[in-house]
Design a protein around this ligand. Structure first.
Ligand code: 0O2
Length: 216
């Protein structure tokens, strides 16, 4: 059921991306990946929560068994994608965590949505929870390195490395802001060029109409 929910969501995200490309002439999503949490990881998470490893506890308390990660170019894209997902009538947003506006104390930044997706099986329709993480390439770079370091030190990262990671996170945030600013300027320039071409074309066409040369 988790695999089916992921497939459905991936299709929806693909549709969002194509719609965005058509409407705004640019592609907000760099890439999308999905995964189903490993048994070991589910077991560890239940243990951490002080719960027995039962099917009921797993379904009720673990929100990220099925996970999708959406990587964008710029910070504003994250919020646009969140808005588009929220507007979809066939998925329900259960929970939102905005670590983009307010990063975690360790520096982690990303937008998390827990959504419920209806999956039709032969025995009926069930609602399946999926975690969607939306972040920029820079945020993803930081998070994947921090994840590896965490794994290496079994979540007991030495103080010096923690400090270094926090500084890197600050640099990542600055880089994201500057890149988003550059991206916005570039898009404004492109819009202006399209506007100028359209205006020029309209003038030429109107003149042609008035002089009876519209066919030309
Ligand atoms: P893995 O191995 O990536 O699957 P909740 O019950 O939903 O309130 P939860 O699940 O702890 O509590 O929620 P949260 O904080 O949204 O974290 C869910 C996932 O986000 C994590 O899953 C990570 O993938 C990612 N994440 C959260 N905080 C950090 C962080 O500080 N660093 C990195 N690198 N990733 C983070 P898992 O199960 O922890 O790990």
């Amino acid at each position: 059921m988790y695999g089916a929910a992921l497939k459905q969501l991936e299709t929806k995200i693909d549709i969002i991306n194509n719609e965005f490309k058509t409407l705004h002439k640019y592609n907000p999503i760099e890439h999308v990946s999905s995964r189903i949490k490993s048994k070991e990881s589910i077991y560890k998470k239940l243990k951490k929560k002080g719960l027995e490893p039962t099917y009921e506890n797993l379904v009720k308390t673990i929100n990220d068994i099925a996970g999708i990660r959406i990587i964008c170019s710029f910070i504003p894209d994250i919020f646009k994608i969140v808005e588009m997902l929220e507007n979809m009538t066939d998925i329900t947003v259960i929970k939102k965590k905005d670590y983009v506006t307010t990063p975690k104390t360790n520096g982690y930044s990303s937008y998390h949505l827990i959504v419920s997706v209806p999956v039709s099986l032969s025995m009926g329709t069930i609602n399946v929870k999926v975690e969607i993480q939306i972040r920029t390439m820079a945020m993803d770079f930081w998070a994947s390195l921090e994840h590896k370091i965490n794994y290496k030190y079994d979540k007991q990262i030495p103080k010096g490395i923690k400090k270094e990671l926090k500084e890197c996170a600050k640099m990542t945030q600055k880089l994201d802001k500057r890149m988003s600013h550059l991206g916005r300027n570039l898009m404004e320039e492109e819009k202006q060029i399209v506007k100028e071409i359209t205006t020029e074309y309209s003038t030429v066409y109107a003149t042609a109409l008035l002089t009876g040369n519209a066919g030309v």
